[in-house]
Design a protein around this ligand. Structure first.
Ligand SMILES: *Cc1c(COP(=O)(O)O)cnc(C)c1O
Length: 344
């Protein structure tokens, strides 16, 4: 991989902002270098811009080097940084495979970066040949969400391997839902592919969407460049502390995931046998996509009963589809109760 062809040239040369914490790294008694307020209240000091403690814990959990990790204000910030790192406005493009997570397109649109769509096939698999035919030297990022939102499926390993070998830019595998899945993460393949970028998040399985902490894993050269362009203090002290605590109680994670997965399987079975549901798609994530005859009416009726789901019926290959997140057992009982009442 030649990063000079992928990264915008002025960013290769960029001299990054150097924070007070970068200029002086030792220990001291009196800190008067950052114009902070000296009166202690727990938050009067700037957070660690490099999130060292947090990265150490993550590197042990994920079995990657700290130099392969970038932490962001949600993985949404990682998406934005990747686009700004690689794509020149009005010149370069990203490639997405709809139906998929909507933010890739919006983040590119904000930068006036072109979005090329190569839809999934109707069975929700990757159109690898279709993708290959649109690759050009302007194609900088290929976003693959696996397990995919909103379809819930995980893409074939050999399809993604083929794309990693043939795509001229960075292949970004967004694994926001990987913890719910029994499929293997692409993290273990990082050292094999220089152009592989893996995104994960604390927002879904870890239950910390409010903290806004996302993870980007890639080879250290890419991470170094992303670090140059990230806002210096992009993760607050509160968010860093909250995630550090969650990582210390990682056993809770497995219990949580097991409960969500078992409620998902139960809802899958139930919906599959319901006369008003035409199809339920298998899901490796914490949501189900299902098809019904009159999605707009069903959506509206559910909202009127106080149950809000996501109407995805206008997305490619998603005619009639609603997406429902898996909630608590009580919430799922209410959902099933609502569907039971439809039978009458
Ligand atoms: C929810 C979601 C995210 C958002 O992650 P944050 O870390 O909360 O910003 C990213 N990608 C996909 C596919 C998602 O569904």
């Amino acid at each position: 991989m030649n990063l000079e062809k992928i990264v915008r040239s002025h960013l290769l040369r960029l001299k990054p902002y150097s924070s007070a914490r970068d200029d002086f790294k030792g220990s001291a008694e009196i800190w008067l270098d950052a114009n902070e307020n000296p009166f202690e209240n727990g938050l009067n000091r700037y957070p660690d811009p490099h999130q060292k403690v947090l990265k150490r814990k993550i590197s042990l959990l994920k079995l990657v080097q700290e130099e392969q990790i970038l932490l962001c204000n949600g993985s949404d910030e990682c998406i934005d940084l990747l686009i700004r790192l690689c794509c020149a406005p009005e010149h370069d493009e990203i490639i997405i495979c709809p139906p998929t997570y909507g933010l890739y397109e919006v983040s590119a649109n904000i930068q006036n970066v072109r979005v090329r769509e190569v839809p999934l096939k109707s069975d929700f698999s990757l159109d690898t040949l279709g993708l290959t035919t649109v690759f050009s030297e302007r194609s900088k990022l290929l976003f693959i969400c696996s397990p995919n939102n909103p379809t819930g499926n995980t893409f074939q390993v050999d399809a993604i391997e083929y794309l990693l070998v043939n795509f001229p830019g960075l292949v970004v595998v967004d694994e926001a839902y990987i913890d719910f899945s029994d499929k293997k993460s692409w993290l273990s393949r990082l050292s094999e592919y220089d152009n592989l970028v893996v995104l994960q998040t604390f927002s879904k399985a870890w239950g910390m969407a409010g903290a806004r902490v996302g993870m980007c894993f890639a080879n250290p050269q890419i991470i170094e460049l992303l670090k140059k362009i990230k806002p210096p203090y992009n993760i607050s002290s509160m968010a860093q502390a909250a995630v550090e605590q969650a990582l210390d109680k990682a056993d809770l994670l497995e219990i949580n995931i097991a409960s969500i997965v078992s409620l998902k399987n139960r809802l899958f079975k139930y919906l599959s046998g319901h006369p008003m549901v035409l199809k339920v798609y298998a899901s490796d994530a914490n949501f189900l996509l299902f098809q019904c005859a009159h999605p707009d009416i069903m959506y509206k009726d559910m909202v009127e009963s106080g149950i809000v789901v996501r109407n995805r019926s206008s997305q490619t290959h998603c005619d009639g589809c609603l997406r429902i997140s898996i909630g608590t057992e009580i919430e799922m009982d209410k959902v099933i109760g609502w569907f039971e009442a439809l039978r009458d």
